[in-house]
Design a protein around this ligand. Structure first.
Ligand code: BG6
Length: 484
C-alpha cells in the first residue's frame, strides 16, 4: 500500500451532492478502516463563510441513516467529523486556493513519514460551469508539492457538457491541465453491485456465452424508473432533461456492459477499449424510435418555465451495427414520477422454434437483472405445471441478493468509486473517448428536441408513462409481454 499523507478535498462542500453522497461515502470508508485515520485529512471547500464546526454540523445528520444511531455509530461520527477541516474561498480566486494549499501542506508536514509522498484527491461536487476555473486553480496553487512524489487526482461529476461540442470543449480545457490518468469522471451507476457484476456474469459463465447474441436474444431493455418527480431540482433538470440526466450516461454505461465484446483482460484500459468500440457501433437514432413524455405537474415548479417541453420520460431504441447484435433492439427507457422506483436490465430471448407446447402464450424466456432496489437476478422459464396434467406455466429461477447474501452489506456506489480513486483504479470511470462516443450517439436527437421537433407527451404522475412508449416496444422492438 502507498504511504504518506492523504488529503481529500471536497469542493462544493456545502452543496447537496457533498452532503448526501460524498461525505457519507467517506464516512463509510472511514468506518471500515479503508482510509487510515492517522493519514487522512478531509478538507471541505466552498464559498460560504462558515467555521469547521458549522460544516461538521451541516454534514452530521447525513452520515448515519435512521433516527436512532447507536452509541458506537455516534462515536464514529464524531471521530470522523474531527478529520474534517473547512476552507472558504471562491472558485476562481488564487487567494482561496493558496489558502487551501497552505492548510493541506500543514497537514502533510504533520503526517508525512520519512519516505512518504503527498497524495491529494480533489472531488469536484460542483456544477460543470466552474470545472475549468477550479481545475486551473488546483493546477496553479495546489500542485507545488509534486516533487515529493505521490499524486494529484481530480474527480468530476456529470453532466460533462450538454452535447458533443460542449463536452469536447470541457474535456479539452481539463485535458490541458491534467493527464487522463489523473481525471476520474464519475458515473455512479458504475459503482452499483449488479452493474459491476455484469462482466463476471457474462464472461465467467459458460451458460451465457453462446446465448448472448442475435441468434437467441430478441431484445434488451434497460429501464430506470423513479416514483418521484424533480423535487426542487426543476431548475437544473429543465436545462438537461431525462436523456442527459439518466440515459446518455447511466443507462448507456449499463448498455456498454451488456453489449460489449469480451475485453482482452481486466485491465481498465482493455475494458474501456471495448466500451468505446460498442458505442461506436451504435447506428444513428431514428426519429420514429423515440417517445418522449413529461409528467403532469412538472411545470408547477416555479423554477421551470411555463411552456417547457423538457422530457421527464424517454424511450429510445438503439441499434448496434455489428456481428453480434445486428437486428436486436436495445431499448433504453427512463422516467421520473412513474409508478415505481426500479432499475432493471431485461433480456428477452426469442421464441422456441418448432414449439410443441405452445408455450408462447405464456411468454418468452427472459433474464432480468434488478439493479435496484433489492438486487436480484431471475430467469423466467417455462416449466411443467406441477400436477397430473401436462400443462406448462411460467416460473422463475431466482437469485435474490437479500436472501442469498444475508448479512453481507452491499456498499453504496459512491463508496466504492471513491475508494477506486484513492487506489488509482480507473476501470469504473468514463474515459474521454468513451464520453465523446456517448455524446455522438445522442447529440443529433438532443439538438432536434431542443429545436422543438419532438413533443413531450403528457403523462399522469404515478403511471407507466405515455402509452405510446409501450406501443413503440411492441411495434418496433418486437417486445412480447410475459405473464406469470
Ligand atoms: C442522478 C440523477 O445522476 O441519478 C438524478 O441526476 C437521479 O436525477 C439519480 O435521481 C438516480 O440515482 P439512483 O442511484 O438513486 O438510481
Amino acid at each position: 500500500p502507498e504511504t504518506g499523507s492523504l488529503s481529500i478535498v471536497v469542493l462544493g462542500a456545502s452543496g447537496d451532492l457533498a452532503k448526501k453522497k460524498t461525505f457519507p461515502a467517506l464516512f463509510n470508508l472511514y468506518r471500515q478502516g479503508f482510509l487510515l485515520p492517522d493519514e487522512v485529512c478531509i478538507f471541505g471547500y466552498a464559498r460560504t463563510k462558515i467555521t469547521d464546526d458549522e460544516l461538521r454540523n451541516r454534514i452530521r445528520g447525513y452520515l448515519v441513516p435512521g433516527k436512532d444511531p447507536s452509541p458506537e455509530q455516534l462515536e464514529d461520527v464524531s471521530k470522523f467529523l474531527h478529520l474534517i477541516k473547512y476552507v472558504s474561498g471562491s472558485y476562481d480566486s488564487e487567494d482561496g486556493f493558496y489558502n487551501l494549499d497552505k492548510e493541506i501542506s500543514e497537514h502533510e508536514s504533520l503526517k508525512q513519514s520519512a519516505e512518504g509522498s503527498s497524495r491529494r484527491l480533489f472531488y469536484l461536487a460542483l456544477p460543470p460551469s466552474v470545472y475549468p476555473s477550479v481545475c486551473k486553480m488546483i493546477k496553479t496553487c495546489c500542485m507545488n508539492k509534486s516533487h515529493l512524489g505521490g499524486w494529484t487526482r481530480i474527480v468530476v461529476e456529470k453532466p460533462f457538457g450538454k452535447d458533443l461540442e460542449s463536452a469536447e470543449q470541457l474535456s479539452t480545457q481539463i485535458g490541458e491541465l491534467f493527464k487522463e490518468p489523473q481525471i476520474y469522471r464519475i458515473d455512479h451507476y458504475l459503482g452499483k453491485e449488479l452493474v459491476q457484476n455484469m462482466l463476471v456474469l457474462r464472461f465467467a459463465n459458460r451458460l451465457f456465452m453462446p446465448l448472448w447474441n442475435r441468434d437467441n436474444i430478441a431484445n434488451v431493455q434497460i429501464v430506470f424508473r423513479e416514483n418521484f418527480g424533480t423535487e426542487g431540482r426543476g431548475g437544473y433538470f429543465d436545462q438537461y432533461g431525462i436523456i442527459r440526466d439518466i440515459i446518455q450516461n447511466h443507462l448507456l454505461q449499463v448498455f456498454c456492459l451488456v453489449a460489449m465484446e469480451k475485453p482482452v483482460s481486466l485491465k481498465p484500459e482493455h475494458i474501456r477499449d471495448e466500451k468505446v468500440k460498442v458505442l461506436q457501433s451504435v447506428l444513428p437514432i431514428k426519429d420514429d424510435e423515440v417517445v418522449l413524455g413529461q409528467y403532469e405537474g412538472y411545470r408547477d415548479d416555479p423554477t421551470v418555465p411555463d411552456h417547457s417541453n423538457t422530457p421527464t420520460f424517454a424511450t429510445v431504441i438503439l441499434r448496434v451495427h455489428n456481428e453480434r447484435w445486428e437486428g436486436v433492439p436495445f431499448i433504453l427507457k427512463a422516467g421520473k414520477a412513474l409508478n415505481s422506483r426500479k432499475a432493471d436490465i431485461r433480456i428477452q430471448f426469442k421464441d422456441v422454434p418448432g414449439d410443441i407446447f405452445k408455450c408462447r402464450k405464456q411468454g418468452r424466456n427472459e433474464f432480468v437483472i434488478r439493479l435496484q432496489p433489492s438486487e436480484a437476478m431471475y430467469m423466467k422459464l417455462t416449466v411443467k405445471q406441477p400436477g397430473l396434467e401436462m400443462e406448462t406455466v411460467q416460473s422463475e429461477l431466482d437469485l435474490s441478493y437479500m436472501q442469498r447474501y444475508q448479512g453481507v452489506s452491499i456498499p453504496e456506489a459512491y463508496e466504492r468509486l471513491i475508494l477506486d480513486t484513492i487506489r488509482g483504479d480507473q476501470q469504473h470511470f468514463v474515459r474521454r473517448d468513451e464520453l465523446k462516443a456517448s455524446w455522438e450517439i445522442f447529440t443529433p436527437l438532443l439538438h432536434s428536441i431542443d429545436r422543438g421537433e419532438f413533443k413531450s407527451i403528457p403523462y399522469e404522475p404515478g403511471s407507466r408513462g405515455p402509452p405510446e412508449a409501450d406501443k413503440l416496444l411492441l411495434e418496433k422492438a418486437g417486445y412480447v409481454q410475459t405473464h406469470g
